[in-house]
Every structure is written in structure tokens, then in C-alpha cells.
Design a protein around this ligand. Structure first.
Ligand SMILES: Nc1ncnc2c1ncn2[C@@H]1O[C@H](COP(=O)(O)OP(=O)(O)O)[C@@H](O)[C@H]1O
Ligand SMILES: [Mg+2]
Length: 354
């Protein structure tokens, strides 16, 4: 690992409020009717994650903490860090993940990760798939739905999965999100529109194996980390083979960890090359910077299709937390501290800071 030049780094973040800590939820009995879980802050980091990132950066740099709230702009302006390590998801609106990067662009302060355009596009699963489709990157057929009217002339093949257009970390995706007829779909859409104040994406179900792939770098230096496979046979029998909110947060807990991932995934050379190719093309056409994690599933023909792109990937520090980006980094021989500092280094190089 290249020794970094000492930089004045600001770490910008949001921390999950204590009261919504659903990780401690007991294994629920009524998994089928589970859309009542509180998933409001599923995307936000815990204080433990934020501290782990801080510790990693402090190994080489001076670190200033700046919470991603309404006061952030003034703090960035006063502190003027040389670079910002950005893990802020923010709270309000469809541009929330782009808000801090937009502030930093305005202040001409460098930051890690993708720019506001990419962050906003990837936060909208439908816009993401539109870009991919234009560039002939495989992704399942879908429609955008903001009212029941959008189900008129419904032409997708069942089963379909219904997901909030702009959430992450399993928010709004439950066992019940997979539906097999128009009547159930209408009911689910009606219920979801009233629970989540946003449109939905309805897409054809990809029945095959699922992978998630971490990517680091820029341009010709972009590398695909060892592929992670999600083993759905580890889930309790009443859960479907989707990586839902229940699977992510309710049945897979620190006290009761599931052996749900294999990394490196057991894939043959042909499939591995196909996955790498589709991942790199996705990273390029969505103009991701520095790092991202890309979700993939195989279609009925065994071809990899893109599910979604996460330009602000989850990075829980403890191996037992089963966080995929750090897991892939470990399989590549990078521990948490090395992984964080590598992302910073990649960004610093992009801005010619080194
Ligand atoms: N078209 C699809 N076909 C099959 N499974 C899907 C599809 N879309 C999503 N899923 C399942 O739902 C999970 C969560 O969907 P995803 O879009 O990745 O949401 P999140 O942002 O919460 O990670 C995926 O990991 C996958 O298991
Ligand atoms: Mg996902």
C-alpha cells in the first residue's frame, strides 16, 4: 500500500438515531406480513461505522468530523479540508445523496466518490435502468408506477417485484414485494403508495443466482474486487430468495449471523468474465467515481442482469456484520483500514492532490 501524503480530511456522515435501532429486533413470527418494520433509517450508518472510518483515516491524516446536516456548508467553508471522505446519505428529497457533493462542488472542495449527477441517477432505480438500457447493458424489463393508472396495459411477465424507486439497504423491499398476478400487484401498489411517499418500480423477476460486486478506481485503473454471491438457501424456509429487508436486517443479526455470502463466489471462468464485463460497463456508463457496489442477478438464460448500482456502498466494519464491500476487499487482501485509505487515495489522485 502506497504511503499517503498527510492530508486535512473531513469525514462527512449521517448517524442512525438510537431509537430506530431495528438491528436488535427479535426474529419475527409474522414474516409474511412484515411491511410494518421501521426501515426509516436503514441506509444511515451507525456510530460504530463512522468511528471505524474515522480511525482508519486518522492512521495517516488529520480528520475533522462534519455531520451532513444544515450546518454542513458553513463548516466546510470554514474548515476548507483538502479532501472530504463522503459517506453522507442525507435525509430529504430525491437528490439527498447528492446534496453534500453539490455543496462541495460549489466550494471547490474535492471529495471521494461519485458526483451529484451519478448519485442522483443511481438513487433512482428507474432512471438507472433507463441509462443501462440505452447502453445495451442487460437489466430486467420494468415500469415506473406512481398511481394505479400506471398498471393499465400492464405487459410485464409475472412474477414481478415491486420496489420503492429511490431507497437502499432493503428499505421497502419485503417478502411480500414479489407478486404473481395483477390483482395482488394492484393491492401491493396501493398499500405501498400510502406507506412510502414516493413512486415505485415494478420489474420482471430474475430467477437466477445473485451476486454483488465491489468496484474501485477510475478509467483504465478500475478494478473489480472478488465477486460476492448471496446464498438464499441460508434463509428460513418462509422467506423467498430475495435479499429483502427481512433477510438483511431481521434474520441476519450479529447475535444470529447467517452464512449468507460466499466470496469469492464459485463461478466458472465464462460467468466470471461476463459478470466483470457487465459490471465495468455499468460503472462506466453511469460514470461512477472511485468506488461503487453493483448488484446483479442471473436471468432465466443464466445471463447477468444489473439490479442496481450503489455509488455509496455500505461499509460496516466488523466481518460478522456481513457487509459486502468490506468483505470483497478482505478477499482481495485489504483490511478495513487499507480499504478506506485506498478509496481516499484513488479520489486524491483523481484530483491531482498527491
Ligand atoms: N428484478 C429482480 N429480480 C429478482 N430479485 C430482485 C429484483 N430486484 C430486486 N431483487 C431482490 O431484491 C433485493 C433488493 O433489491 P435492490 O434493488 O438491490 O434494493 P436495495 O437498494 O434495497 O438493495 C435484491 O438484492 C434482490 O434479491
Ligand atoms: Mg441492493
Amino acid at each position: 500500500m502506497v504511503r499517503n501524503k498527510k492530508l486535512k480530511v473531513a469525514l462527512t456522515y449521517n448517524v442512525k438515531p438510537e431509537e430506530s435501532s431495528f438491528e436488535s429486533a427479535q426474529l419475527p413470527l409474522k414474516l409474511k406480513n412484515s411491511s410494518s418494520y421501521n426501515d426509516t433509517y436503514a441506509e444511515w450508518d451507525t456510530i460504530e461505522t463512522v468511528n471505524a472510518i474515522k480511525d482508519a483515516l486518522e492512521h495517516y491524516h488529520d480528520v475533522i468530523m462534519i455531520e451532513a446536516n444544515e450546518n454542513a456548508f458553513e463548516k466546510f467553508k470554514a474548515v476548507r479540508p483538502e479532501i472530504v471522505f463522503n459517506v453522507a446519505e442525507c435525509e430529504n428529497g430525491i437528490s439527498r445523496e447528492a446534496q453534500i457533493p453539490a455543496m462541495l462542488d460549489m466550494l471547490k472542495i474535492p471529495y471521494t466518490g461519485s458526483d451529484p449527477l451519478t448519485l442522483t441517477t443511481c438513487l433512482d432505480k428507474s432512471r438507472t435502468k433507463e441509462v443501462l438500457t440505452y447502453h445495451s447493458v442487460a437489466t430486467s424489463k420494468f415500469i415506473y408506477a406512481e398511481s394505479l393508472d400506471d398498471l393499465r396495459d400492464f405487459r410485464l411477465s409475472f412474477p414481478v417485484i415491486i420496489k420503492p424507486i429511490s431507497e437502499g439497504s432493503g428499505k421497502g423491499i419485503f417478502n411480500s414485494s414479489l407478486v404473481s398476478n395483477l390483482k395482488d400487484l394492484s393491492e401491493r401498489l396501493t398499500e405501498n403508495l400510502s406507506n412510502y411517499n414516493q413512486p415505485f418500480i415494478i420489474e420482471e423477476y430474475l430467477p437466477g443466482r445473485e451476486f454483488t460486486v465491489a468496484v474501485m478506481g477510475n478509467n483504465s485503473d478500475t478494478e473489480v474486487l472478488p465477486i460476492v454471491e448471496i446464498n438464499f438457501n441460508e434463509l428460513p424456509g418462509d422467506l423467498l430468495p430475495i435479499y429483502s429487508f427481512e433477510a438483511k436486517w431481521v434474520v441476519d443479526t450479529r447475535d444470529n449471523p447467517l452464512n449468507i455470502f460466499t466470496c469469492p463466489a464459485k463461478v466458472d471462468k465464462v460467468l466470471e468474465e461476463k459478470i466483470k464485463d457487465v459490471v465495468l460497463r455499468t460503472y462506466k456508463v453511469l460514470r461512477c467515481k472511485d468506488w461503487s457496489r453493483i448488484d446483479i442477478r442471473l436471468d432465466a438464460q443464466g445471463e447477468p442482469n444489473i439490479i442496481e448500482v450503489n455509488p455509496l456502498p455500505g461499509i460496516l466494519p466488523k466481518p460478522e456484520d456481513n457487509s459486502c464491500f468490506p468483505k470483497a476487499a478482505r478477499a482481495k487482501g485489504l483490511n478495513y483500514e487499507e480499504m478506506i485509505n485506498k478509496v481516499l487515495l484513488i479520489a486524491a489522485k483523481r484530483y491531482n492532490l498527491l
